[in-house]
Write a protein that binds this ligand. Structure first.
Ligand code: 4NP
Length: 159
């Protein structure tokens, strides 16, 4: 079976994309697909390289049964477009920054993550960094919905 590699990308790689990685990874494990679907996350900027996810992101995820403590920040690089099958941007800024990194011909790998959700008409997962805890709950809900949609799509396409 083909291995499918999924990369979640936001600005800092400490709030939205690690939450997405943790939620999607959990779903993949729960449904028995870890042998052929793998995950990672990255940031478009270098501010938080090597750091654990934001304390508020970890807390929100923990209360919903998801552990993010093993994840560490890194920056997205051009070779990610060769390595991964899906590159999922959280918002339009991330999408545009990733377009700048993307080698010609691989643009079809790049998508807005929330486009995979059936529950939200918005297309962007908003940056919760400067807001309160509620922003992190909202991000988690969005990410959970988009993860479901993405996994269903991958299974339909490859399995
Ligand atoms: P993220 O949130 O992109 O969801 O990880 C942010 C994290 C850090 C910063 C901005 C957004 N920052 O400016 O350091």
């Amino acid at each position: 079976m083909k291995k499918v590699k999924v990369l979640f990308v936001c600005l800092g790689n400490i709030c939205r994309s690690p939450t997405a990685e943790g939620v999607f990874r959990h779903l993949v494990q729960q449904e028995g697909h870890s042998d052929w679907i793998t995950t990672d996350s990255a940031g478009t900027h270098a501010y938080h390289i090597g750091e654990q996810p934001d304390r508020r992101a970890q807390q929100t995820a923990r209360t919903r049964g998801i552990d993010l403590s093993d994840l560490r920040g890194r920056q997205a690089i051009t070779s990610d477009f060769h390595e991964f099958d899906y590159i999922l941007a959280m918002d339009e800024d991330n999408y545009q920054d990733l377009q700048g990194l993307c080698p010609r011909g691989l643009e079809n790998k790049l998508n807005l993550f929330l486009d995979f959700s059936d529950d939200y008409s918005e297309t962007q997962v908003p940056d919760p960094y400067y807001g309160g805890e509620q922003g992190f709950e909202h991000v988690f809900d969005m990410v959970e919905s988009a993860s479901r949609g993405l996994l269903d799509k991958i299974i339909r396409k490859y399995k």
